[in-house]
Design a protein. Structure first.
Length: 226
């Protein structure tokens, strides 16, 4: 890289931000006319500078701001090479932060879409949240899931996928105040089955969901979070 190219690279952040003085800008334009590599470098820096503008939220200045600024202005002393050496690392750090912020924003794009969809879904029935918990047989083996919805009309969905014998079972809800409330009958075939229904009380008031056989014995249960 030639000495002129090195000089241009030092000046590039100021060119990109539009703060280079007239003499430096004139020299830079003359150099850029004959140097495609430096021209591409300045274009990249300009793109980063544009991103910086979009990262800052628009804010109206307070009343009287322009007058206070004008009154406090003093003549700007001539800049020196030392000031440029200080400014260039600072601008490089700002540019790096802008690139990092843009990368994080892009990486989280799918999560933002999912969160928007989640809020929209809850809003349909004045819902507050969804929940999920594991269903286990005595001994702790996981055999299924319980899905719950807290909203204007709360509901529970019980899914069994393993280790429960073929047959019909009662699903019972246990309230936090100790009440036992029937839900619906669950049919299991080849270890699989599911049943769902609107709950007689809000979902947040439930503490457990139990699967009982014809004798009233617990086949599987799920403890719900507080």
């Amino acid at each position: 890289m030639s000495g002129e190219c090195e000089r241009l690279r030092e000046l590039a952040p100021e060119l990109a931000l539009g703060i280079a003085d007239g003499e430096e800008r004139a020299w830079a334009l003359e150099h850029l006319a004959d140097c495609p590599a430096c021209r591409a470098h300045v274009e990249r820096m300009s793109g980063v500078a544009d991103e910086l503008v979009h990262l800052a939220p628009p804010v109206e200045p307070p009343a009287g701001f322009d007058g206070r600024v004008a009154g406090g202005m003093a003549p700007i002393p001539p800049r020196t090479p030392m000031r440029r050496r200080i400014l260039v690392p600072a601008l490089a750090a700002i540019a790096a932060a802008a690139v990092a912020a843009f990368a994080v924003w892009t990486a989280l794009d799918d999560d933002r879409d999912l969160a928007d969809s989640y809020r929209d879904t809850l809003a349909v029935a004045n819902g507050e949240y969804f929940d999920a918990a594991t269903m286990q047989v005595p001994g702790g083996k996981e055999v299924g899931y319980v899905y719950g919805y807290q909203g204007r009309a709360s509901w529970v969905l019980v899914v069994i996928y393993d280790a429960v014998e073929t047959g019909s079972y009662d699903v019972e809800l246990v309230a936090r105040d100790g009440r036992h409330l029937p839900l619906r009958e669950l049919d299991v075939e080849d270890g699989e089955g599911s049943v769902g229904a609107v709950t007689p009380i809000p979902y947040r008031e439930l503490s457990e969901v139990r699967v009982l056989d014809a004798m009233g014995r617990e086949v599987a249960e799920s403890e719900l979070r507080d």
